[in-house]
Structure formats: structure tokens, C-alpha cells
Design a protein around this ligand. Sequence first.
Ligand code: NAP
Length: 251
Amino acid sequence: MTNPFDLSGKTAVVTGANTGIGQGIALALAAAGADVAAVGRTPAQETVEKVRALGRRAEIISADLSTIEPVGRVVDEAVDKLGGVNILVNNAGIIRRNDSLDFTEEDWDAVVDTNLKSVFFLCQAAGRHMVANGGGKIINIASMLTFQGGIRVPSYTASKSGIGGLTKLLANEWAGKGINVNAIAPGYIATNNTAALQADETRNRQIMERIPAARWGSPEDMGGAAVFLASSAADYVQGHILAVDGGWLAR
Ligand code: NAP
């Protein structure tokens, strides 16, 4: 019997793959059989070495996704170096914290451009390739702030709420073209992105008190959801935002 979670022969493009959730997802996809194009502004040397150690092919693609300038090249390079793009994981993202009364246009634009605008145009570039090549899987990285308001992170909340809507819109447009568009909404995961929260004793305690699993998540915790959504096991899953949050939203 074939394994519906097997990703052998697939190529995954993962943005922000050098660290954190992106690295965790890249390694999980590779362990399931995928080759990996590790996209980002910091070369994902460690990720590439670990993917190759798993017996898969891996290539670094340099791209600063604070603008949409590199999106076409990212897809072209993945096709040139690894033969195609079957899976796209839009993981690269940033956060800026400040009171909304003081929030600057720069902090708004930087976050929305990276977390939302570049995601859409990378979906578009990959989607064009996938439509012409029999389909594919797109996984966007959402957030608890796709569902909730958060505090002191207005551009981040806007971007991640936007990711929820965009994921559903693209699923509506592309489900009939063989592309599955879904999202993973990580809970509170110990990475660089949340270093400030982890270091803030009060916020850390408040967060821990609300997580039924009673621990911060790890990048590895995102792997199973990514493999599922990237695989044929999820062929009939469309426009879904899969929370991987230790139960945060259930509370
Ligand atoms: P992280 O460790 O800070 O990783 C963020 C990744 O995005 C890094 O690889 C980073 O590259 C890359 N990146 C940022 N700006 C970029 C740009 N302009 N061009 C290319 N790459 C860029 O944080 P993380 O927690 O793993 O975050 C990954 C994703 O998960 C983000 O979308 C984040 O919003 C989301 N998320 C995280 C949590 C959490 O609790 N940690 C919860 C929900 C959602 P550099 O290393 O070069 O900066």
C-alpha cells in the first residue's frame, strides 16, 4: 500500500528556512522524502546540510522578501536547481511591537510587505508554475493573530489576519486547478520571533497559563502538519487554517 504522506520526488520551496519554524518544516518535509529549496536572506547552510544528511537534495536560494522583486527568480531558481516546485511554504515573516498610538508607517509597511504582500506574489509566481505543471500544495504560515487581536502588534495582526483571508481566496480560485492552498497557525513557538515574549517574565507566565499543553511549542511541532498539508493525504483539504497550538484556541 502506498503511503499517502510520502513526499518522494517532490520539491518544496520553504522561505525563511535558516532557522525557527521554517527550518523545522524544511527538515520534516525532507524526512518525508521531499527535496528542499531553502529561500531566505540569511543563507540556510545548516538546514541544507541537515536535509542532505537525510539523503535528499537541497539548495540555497538567496532572496530578501521585504519586497516582491525576487519572487519570480525564486521559482525559476527552484525549477533550474531542483526541477520544479511542487510545494511552497510561505514561512518568512517579521514582527514589530509598539503601542498603536505610537506605531510608525515604517513598522506597518515593513511587516505587511514581508508577511502579506510578498506572500501573495510568491503564491502567484508558484501558482503559475503549478497550474502549468499539474498542480501543487501551498502552505502559508498564519498565527493565533489570524483569529485573535493580539496587543501592540497592529501590522502583524493585520498581516496574519490577511493571510487567513488570502489562503481561503486562493483556495477558492485554485482548488479546481489542482492546487491545495492551506495554512498552519502556530501557537506560541520558541523561536527568535518570540524571544522578547519568552524573556518577559509576566507575559511568559500569562502565556504558559493559557496553553493546555503546558509548554511552548517547538519548530519540530510544526512538522507533522506541514507534511500532511504537503501530501496527497490532504488532497481534499482546501482553504483550511490548521492551528498547531498546544490547545491555545480551545481555552
Ligand atoms: P524566526 O526564527 O524569526 O524566523 C523568521 C524567518 O523569516 C527567518 O528565516 C528570517 O530570516 C525570515 N525572514 C524575515 N524577513 C525576511 C526577509 N525580508 N526576507 C527573507 N526572509 C526573511 O521566527 P519564526 O517564529 O520561526 O517565524 C516563522 C514564521 O512563523 C513567521 O511567519 C512568523 O510570523 C510565524 N509565526 C511564529 C510564531 C511563533 O510563536 N514563533 C507563531 C505564529 C506564527 P533571517 O534569519 O535572515 O531574519
